[in-house]
Write a protein that binds this ligand. Structure first.
Ligand SMILES: [Zn+2]
Length: 286
C-alpha cells in the first residue's frame, strides 16, 4: 500500500508532466471510483480542466484545477498511476488524456482507490479535516503536538501512529520503521510515552519521510525501497543496530516487526488493555 513517502514520490514525478496541462478527455471506467459522486459529472467537470499544480495531504494526491476545483485521489491498497503506458493495462479504472497527447492511466486491481472532485477550498479542507490529522514534515508536527494527542490514550503507540485522524499518511511499514528508529516498542500505551519518546518518534517519522525515493516510478517500475527496510518484513533476521533477531508480533490486527532489545517491551500489566480498544480498531481500518 502506498504510504506518504510513496505518494509524495508520485507527486514529484508526475507534477512536471501535468502542471499547466489541460485535460482533454476523462474516462472513468469504474463508477466505484467516484462514489458517492457521479462518474459522468466528474468526467464532465474534468474535461477541459487545467491542472494548476499537484498537491499532497497525507496519502491524498490533490489535483488543483482551475476554477478552484480539486480532484482528491487516494490510491488505497493497490492503486497505481501510470504515465503513457504502452496500452491500458488490465484493471484500468480511469483514463486522463492531456492536451499535449500524453495519457495518464489509473490502475487498481482491488478497486479501493477513490477520486473525489470538490468545488472550492472550503470543501477541500472540510473533506481532508474529516479524514486526516497533522501532516509529518511540517513545522506543526512537534513532539508537543504528539504528546497532547496521545495524552490519556491506553491504545498501543503503533495504533496511535497508524490513526490517520491523528497523523496523516503513516501506514504499516512507515510505522514499524519509525518506531524502530525511535527505540519504542509498538505495544507501549501511547499515553505513557514521555516527551523524549515523542521527540524520538517524531524524528523517526521524519527520517522515514525524508527517505522519499523511487518506490514506484510512474512508468510502472518498482524501486528499491523495499530492500532498505530496517525491521519491516525482516522477522528472523538480525537487527541492523544490535544483531538481535527481529520478531514479528501482531498489534491491532497488523503484522508488526520489532527488535525487542532496541525497543524494550512494556510491562506486561499494560498488554491486555493495549491489545484491544479504540486504537486497535483504528489500526485495522488504517
Ligand atoms: Zn536491535
Amino acid at each position: 500500500m502506498p504510504e506518504l513517502p510513496e505518494v509524495e514520490t508520485i507527486r514529484r514525478q508526475l507534477a512536471p508532466h501535468v502542471t499547466g496541462r489541460t485535460i482533454s478527455r476523462a474516462e472513468i471506467l469504474d463508477p466505484r471510483w467516484t462514489r458517492p459522486g457521479s462518474p459522468a459529472a466528474t468526467e464532465a467537470s474534468l474535461r477541459s480542466a487545467t491542472v494548476e499544480r499537484l498537491d499532497r495531504a497525507g496519502k491524498y494526491l490533490i489535483w488543483v484545477l482551475d476554477g478552484e476545483r480539486y480532484l482528491l485521489m487516494h490510491l488505497r491498497m493497490t492503486g497505481t498511476l501510470l504515465f503513457d503506458p504502452p496500452a491500458p493495462p488490465t484493471h484500468t479504472r480511469v483514463l486522463l488524456d492531456l492536451d499535449d497527447g500524453h495519457r495518464l492511466v489509473y490502475v487498481d486491481p482491488r478497486r479501493f482507490g477513490t477520486g473525489h472532485l470538490l468545488h472550492g477550498a472550503a470543501a477541500r479542507d472540510e473533506y481532508l479535516n474529516a479524514r486526516i490529522g497533522i501532516e509529518p514534515l511540517t513545522p506543526e508536527f512537534t513532539p508537543e503536538h504528539l504528546r497532547a494527542q496521545g495524552r490519556g490514550r491506553a491504545a498501543p503507540v503503533k495504533a496511535f501512529v497508524l490513526d490517520q485522524k491523528r497523523i496523516a499518511g503513516v501506514g504499516n511499514i512507515y510505522a514499524d520503521e519509525a518506531l524502530f528508529r525511535a527505540g519504542i516498542h509498538p505495544l507501549r500505551p501511547a499515553g505513557r510515552l514521555i516527551r523524549a519518546d515523542w521527540a524520538r518518534l517524531r524524528d523517526g517519522i521524519e527520517a522515514k519521510g525524508a527517505s522519499i525515493d523511487d518506490f514506484r516510478h510512474i512508468d510502472g517500475a518498482r524501486g528499491s525501497f523495499q530492500d532498505r527496510f530496517l525491521v519491516h518484513r525482516r522477522a528472523g533476521l538480525p537487527c541492523p543496530r544490535c544483531g538481535t533477531t527481529i520478531r514479528k508480533i501482531v498489534v491491532g490486527g497488523r503484522g508488526t516487526y520489532v527488535c525487542e532489545r532496541c525497543q524494550p517491551k512494556p510491562r506486561s500489566r499494560s498488554r491486555p488493555r493495549a491489545a484491544s480498544g479504540a486504537g486497535a480498531v483504528a489500526a485495522r481500518r488504517a
